[in-house]
Design a protein around this ligand. Sequence first.
Ligand SMILES: Nc1ncnc2c1ncn2[C@@H]1O[C@H](COP(=O)(O)OP(=O)(O)O)[C@@H](O)[C@H]1O
Ligand SMILES: [Mg+2]
Length: 250
Amino acid sequence: MSRDKAPTVKFLNVTKKSPENPQSATILQNISGEVPANHILTVIGPSGSGKSTLLSLCNLLISPDEGEVLIHSKEVREWTVTDLRRRVGLVFQTPTMFPGTVLDNLNLGVKLQGKTLENPEKWIEKVGLPPEILKQSANDLSGGQKQRVALARVLANQPDIWLLDEVTSALDPTAAREVEEWILQLQSKENSTVLWVTHNLDQARRVGHITWLLANGRLVEALPTEEFFENPQEDVTRRFLIGELGGIQA
Ligand SMILES: Nc1ncnc2c1ncn2[C@@H]1O[C@H](COP(=O)(O)OP(=O)(O)O)[C@@H](O)[C@H]1O
Ligand SMILES: [Mg+2]
């Protein structure tokens, strides 16, 4: 399938101030950029640089103070929250499980849409968990298991934009690679658009088509991924890539 180049997520002069300290603290400062349909954007940057905030703006968890966020050319605040969240799935950095079994958790989103999840075993196996786990209480899972269930829960709803916040960070390297491969396969099958925050620079390079570096709430570099890593334009990027700005922090 050919790539549709129309921008699917677009930030226009977006500024987000701290809710606690709006006069002085700015979390994101004048961010502009776009992610074309069917592309994977990887977002990297030191801890506290605004990566999670950037994702939260795309599904109305928070609203910008200035500027606009366009999803499929429509400003986020013009969407109804339900419609928007059906199209835009966010997998949080720290997964939350709802009371009930793993199966209940997987069914959550699809139930809201009046459907039942076909073949839940398939989804759970794809994130590297055994089907027996479907019967277990979700809150008894380990952090890594919760992270995988949260990912399966969101992607099973078939959103067309995926916001992935450090989704493999709680997994061991082998499991992280397996889950990463599965995400890539599913992405190319479903032609979804992905904003993928990661502190793993190798992962950002492997999976991205475009890469952004955030530092102190500013978008300091935005380039096609290969170029970003091979030939960054900004000194800040070069320093980040060699670990001088806290490159390995989440
Ligand atoms: N709800 C909030 N209230 C106040 N400050 C916040 C809030 N959310 C995030 N921040 C601050 O904004 C900055 C960016 O946070 P975040 O987007 O989580 O960064 P990252 O994901 O890159 O680590 C941090 O300094 C954080 O403390
Ligand atoms: Mg974060």
